[in-house]
Structures are given as C-alpha cells and as structure tokens.
Design a binder for this molecule. Sequence first.
Ligand code: FES
Length: 579
Amino acid sequence: MPQSKFKGMADPTGMRRNLANYGDAGFSVFLRKAFIKAMGYTDEALDKPIIGIVDTNSGYNACHRNVPDLIEAASRGVMLAGGIPIPFPVISIQESFSNPTSMYLRNLMALDVEEMIRAQPMDAVILLGGCDKTVPALMMGAASANIPAIMLVTGPMLAGSWRGEKLGACTDCRRFWARYRAGDIDEQQIDEVNSELAPTIGTCGVMGTASTMALTVEALGMMLPGGAAVPAVHAERRRLAELTGKRAVEMAAERLTPDRILTPAAYRNALRVLLAVGGSTNALIHLTAMAGRSGIAIDLDGFDAMGRETPVLVDLKPTGQHYMEDLYKAGGLTPILRQLGNLLDRSCLTVTGKTLGENIDAMPPDWPQDVIRPITEPVYRTGAMAVLRGSLAPDGALIKQAAATQSLLQHEGRAVVFDGLADMAARLDSRDLDVAPDDILVLRNAGPKGAPGMPEAGYIPIPKKLAQAGVKDMVRISDARMSGTAYGTIVLHIAPEAASGGPLALVKTGDRIRLNTAGRRIDLLVDDAELAKRRATLPPLPSGEGRRGYDKLYFDTVTQAERGCDFDFCIPEIVHRVP
Ligand code: FES
C-alpha cells in the first residue's frame, strides 16, 4: 500500500501538523485530506504552506465588519506568496454586546485562539481583529501557541460630524451623554448625536483601548510597520492585509515565532509607546496579561518610573483634540517612534524579519503636521499615567493624570461610597444623595471578581444634581476599569479589589481620603484600630461555591489587575521583569 502521501512526519508542516489522534498518523492525514477535498482542494494546493487566518467577524461586531474583506485581501497575499489561506472562526467580542463585560470574556477568547491554533494544521497564523479585548486575546493565545504569527487589525473608524462639530466614539459618546444628563442638550439633539458617533465600521476613532492596543502591538513588532492607524474603510487597509498575507508565508518558512519577537526589550518599547501616545489605562492590564504569557512580568513601580521620563506626544482625544484618522494622515506610529529616539530599543526583531530600527528607517520621512508633537514640545511633559500605592491600594492603583483635572490631582475629601454597580445606579442621581463637589466618589465590588469582569465603570458619572449645577469633574476611585476613551480625575484598578478583601471594602461614607498624585499615594485617613474593627464585621467574601461552567473557572482562577487579570493557570513561570 503506497504510504508516502499520507504518512506522518517527525517535523510536520502543512496538512500534517496537529493531527487528530487515531493512533495511526498515516490514517489521520488520509482522513483529513478526504474531508478537506470535499471543499474542492487539489493535492497540489494541500501541499503548500498553510496560513490560518483567525476570523473574528460577527453580526454583533461593527468593529470587525470589514473582516471578510480583509480575509479576502490577506488570502490573496498568501496565495501570491505560494501558500494556502484557511480562515477559521473564534469567538468575537464587541464592547457594548458583552454581558457582563467584554473583560470577563477576554480570557475565554484567548483560550479559544490558543487551542484552535494548536488543534488545526497551520504553519503560520494571521491574527485578525481590532476591538478592545480582541487584540490582547489574540496576542495572548498566539504567544502561548507560539507558531509564527502576525497581527492585522481591522483599523479605526472615521470621525463623524454633528451640526458642524467633529465627533467620534467613544470619547464624544461620554461627553454628549454627560451634557444630556446635565440638561444641556435635549432628546432630539442626543438622538442626532447617536447617529453620528460611529459613522463607519471599524474600531473607536480616538486613543481608546483598541487604538492603544494596535499601536503598542505595532511597537512590539508583531504587525507590519504602519499597520496600526490605517482607517478600517481605507484601501490601504486592504493593501496591508495583502502584504500581511504574503509576509505570513515567509514567516512560516523562516519559523519566525512569537517568542523571538516578544522579548523583555520589546515590551519595554510597547510600554514606552503606551505612555507616549497617552494611551488607555486598560492597555496596561492587557500588556501585562500578554507579557505574562511569555514569562515576563510588568513591574508597576518600574512603569511609573518610565512614565516620569516619557512625555505624551500625541494630541488625540480623550486627552487632546484629534482623531485616529488624523494620526493616520500624520504618519501613524512611525513619527512617534522617531521622536522617542533612543528611549526605544531599536534592535528588537519584528515580524518583517528586520529590527524595529531598520523598519523605522525604511519608512517615508516625516512631514509637517500638528498631531504628533516634537519630544521637546510635548502635549504633557511627564507620565500619562501614574501608579499609586497607599493604605487604600497596597498592590497598586492607576490614574491617567493626563486626562485629569490638574487641580484635583492633589486632593483630600470626604468619601461617598457606593457598594456596587446596582447601589450606584439606584442612588447616584437621587436628589437626596448627600454629596458635594469636593467629595470623593468611591465605587467598590467592581473589580475582576466583584462585578464580575472588572467593568468599565470607573468613570462614575457626576451625580445628576452636581452635573446640573455645572460640576464637570470630581475625584472618583474604584476597583473597576475605565474605558480608554473616558477622562476625568479617576483612580482605577485598586488592588486588591474589595471582593478579595482589599481595604476598599472598609471605607465608609464620611471617611476622609487623600489623593496625592505627585507623591504617588492614595490613602484612607482612618486609624488602624478602627479599620481592624470594621474588618471583623465584614460579610464573608464571595466564593466559587455554587458556580458552574465558565463562571466557576473565571472566579476561581482570575488574577488581580497587577497580574493582568489572566487566569493563573495560563501564566508560566516568570523569568523576566520589565521595565
Ligand atoms: Fe470596538 Fe470601541 S467598541 S473598538
């Protein structure tokens, strides 16, 4: 019997990779080919390198609505380079269509991506997605699976326009909603705004989490140069997809695996870019989770120190004025990298097979523009974000000081406590709420386990009666996250969270809290004896008891913010610390 066509191989490629196990490799190949031939493939085609393309399209996901087009273009690139493209689905997560939160599902998607890459035959994989949790989930899965992988994002949406004013999701979603709550615009006007906030498909058009993740992944070296900022509907996005397909075939031949790219130095570069673009606070959690998959821990205090020497260079909403389409026209990531100069490690290997420095040098020269500032005239001189510690956050907390009211960064006030999202929803807008503009709003039980899923609820709305009186910002603190598109004097990611017994659980309305951003402190001004008394009367912490399915897996194994909220069993031994 002629075996050669079907036999397994010691170092298999293409269709012979990742065989279903029947105890007979030859039979596994034979059966696999029988089924795939049902789709019309020839033997010649099936002998080519196989490039998997992760299909994250869904009818619920406008951020990924161009995925079919990009698969077509990437497939063309794969075939031009002599490979066979095979798209395959994984779950799709869109921010506003994910109950309880998209963060709750990110790790499920990462598991899905990792296992589908491992389970199916492919010599390289194109990671295609864009919405906030998708890019980190794809990266986490790919880092763990460790076959040659290249990211292709769906790209940002274009900005909209309302009565002559430029606007876009989702900074302006919050800005206009706040104006509507304050009675500043009426029902008809907010309806008109609603139709203009996301005028095209693609990811949010400001420096939110999706844009930040795209830029930091390009800085990591996992995307073709210039790939982060190209709008979703631009022809260049499709050309990039074709080039990505072509490059994926070459990467398969070169066996250019993520472990060669995702080094401590590459993560240092990504953190530097996160700070320089004034990026989303969420990105720190995602980069921590991604780095964790490569045995790299991100040290919060080191990140804070890096922030002190990294200015914000990009003038984009929510901290600045412009939109992602403007960043694209200004040259995308490359001029930012050039401004950062020797703050970056140019020797890092990237998906091009060349170093970051070589990629930068090969891009067109910069041109005059007003979106990316020279490093000598930054938008914000130091540290888009600051890491806080103190009696309220022994394991750390984060504030995006570039998006805060500067006069509130040093502030002491009376706590007004909400015990969870339901409590906040029930009382925040009550006329009876005892609250003043210099109070500090506290939200707890909104962390990784508490909510669960660490919702983007840290942007606690200004209580209605204060909003109507013209109050625009207050100090707000929580164990939740905040959308990267939000702004305000907001302390986030307090760890440990209240639901894990963190000190946030002990705060009472009326306590004094001191925020000292310059000194990197967040403290509850209550003496230890009183806190010990309160701890003794706390109700039992929530437990995994009575949970089932994914909820149980999530609850029992999710880590706190400082470990990226990844599942503990997915994080290998930590062998490096960055920065
Ligand atoms: Fe998908 Fe903003 S909701 S990127």
